[in-house]
Design a protein around this ligand. Structure first.
Ligand SMILES: NC(=O)c1ccc[n+]([C@@H]2O[C@H](COP(=O)([O-])OP(=O)(O)OC[C@H]3O[C@@H](n4cnc5c(N)ncnc54)[C@H](OP(=O)(O)O)[C@@H]3O)[C@@H](O)[C@H]2O)c1
Length: 344
């Protein structure tokens, strides 16, 4: 039985980052634990996810970005992200009970009052929290519902060590890819990607031009591209696309994580003559918006692949809410691998 404290801690934005995001842009504050209203559930959070999209949400001009899937953050706002927590108090008529574990969107706080309809009960005891909070689901949806992978395809995944990318490379292989190539920011990550995630080759941003590196890694071109970055790797993928290649565009890290500050626009110059001649398909895809019902399908496949010992759910883990801002700044600086989780 949980003893309810009178106050708990949250993380809120105190300065909009201009340039690199730093822990000082956030503060840990103590606030009273709010009793839930009749339609709310009081949850004691156990884990929350740290997403690099928070940098864009926290940037000054975020309000003016059309169509971003997350609410922009104003100064003083509490951050939010996916979380797993234990129900403390639930409406009598709900099917939730104290002690149940639920998935919800109010991370970055020790206790959350969550609208009842936003709580999803999960059977997560003994299960790696990265299964529920990680981005394997996004990668799976992109590679099954966004594009299709055919047997023997050459697949390129940008930001291939990141939250989505670390799963996308492995899933592409499970779906029949013959050769899987990733991109990353360091030699150390490249070695880890080959050893742990099964990438055949890895190209490194900031070294020689990516088109040149990709041409060496995929001399006959690529069939599928999972784009987390935009910019240079997208140009490289377009220039090496084989006939009938399929691109699924998920993110624009080159703009979101630009060194000089999160950019609102992610422009890129592509040779559209070549895309037309080779019949290349480019599809922008949002796993949440385009495919809300496939999560259960993903969890079934993941448990089967995990049972066979053929897939891992990489994560970088931190302990305690006070580590959240540091975890976020490290993630944005490219120093972490897989999904970033904070345990409370
Ligand atoms: N469409 C959807 O359904 C969906 C859902 C969730 C997220 N997203 C978007 O998908 C993208 C990937 O999300 P994620 O959470 O998996 O992020 P992520 O790949 O884990 O992002 C962090 C990584 O980005 C790389 N990076 C850092 N600076 C960069 C720069 N200037 N240019 C390019 N890469 C840089 C670093 O990796 P390396 O050092 O290894 O390069 C860093 O570790 C994001 O744009 C996110 O907003 C899309």
């Amino acid at each position: 039985m949980l003893v309810l404290p009178s106050v708990s801690r949250i993380v809120r934005l105190v300065a909009h980052p201009d340039g690199a995001l730093r822990p000082e842009h956030f503060e840990i504050a103590e606030v009273p634990v709010q009793p839930p209203t009749p339609n709310e559930v009081l949850v004691c959070n156990r884990w929350f996810r740290v997403s690099i999209s928070t940098r864009l949400m926290a940037s000054k001009g975020a309000q003016s970005i059309k169509g971003i899937p997350f609410p922009p953050l104003n100064l003083g706002d509490t951050l939010a992200d996916g979380a797993i927590g234990e129900v403390v108090q639930a409406p009598a008529e709900s099917d939730l009970h104290p002690g149940d574990l639920v998935l919800h969107g109010f991370g970055w706080r020790e206790y959350a009052t969550v609208p009842q309809q936003d709580c999803v009960r999960i059977d997560a005891r003994g299960v790696d929290p990265a299964v529920y909070l990680g981005h394997g689901w996004t990668a799976y949806a992109a590679l099954t519902h966004g594009v299709q992978v055919h047997d023997g395809d050459v697949v390129f995944v940008s930001s291939g060590a990141g939250a989505i990318g670390s799963m996308a490379g492995q899933i592409a292989r499970k779906l029949g890819a013959g050769r899987v190539i990733g991109s990353t920011g360091s030699e150390e990550k490249a070695r880890w990607m080959k050893a742990e995630l099964g990438y055949d080759e890895v190209v490194i941003r900031g070294a020689t031009p990516i088109t040149q590196q990709l041409a060496q890694a995929a001399p006959d071109g690529i069939d599928v591209y999972v784009d987390m970055v935009g910019g240079e790797p997208l140009q490289a993928a377009a220039s090496l696309a084989r006939h009938g290649a399929r691109f699924v565009l998920l993110g624009a890290l080159s703009a979101e994580l630009a060194a000089e500050g999160a950019e609102k626009l992610a422009p890129v110059e592509l040779d559209t003559f070549q895309l037309i001649v080779r019949g290349v398909t480019l599809r922008g895809y949002s796993a949440c918006e385009d495919d809300r019902d496939g999560f259960a399908e993903w969890v079934r496949w993941l448990s089967r692949w995990q049972h066979e010992g053929k897939i891992i759910s990489p994560s970088s883990r931190f302990q305690g809410i006070e580590q959240g801002p540091f975890a976020l700044s490290e993630a944005c600086a490219g120093n972490l691998k897989g999904v970033v989780l904070v345990e409370l």
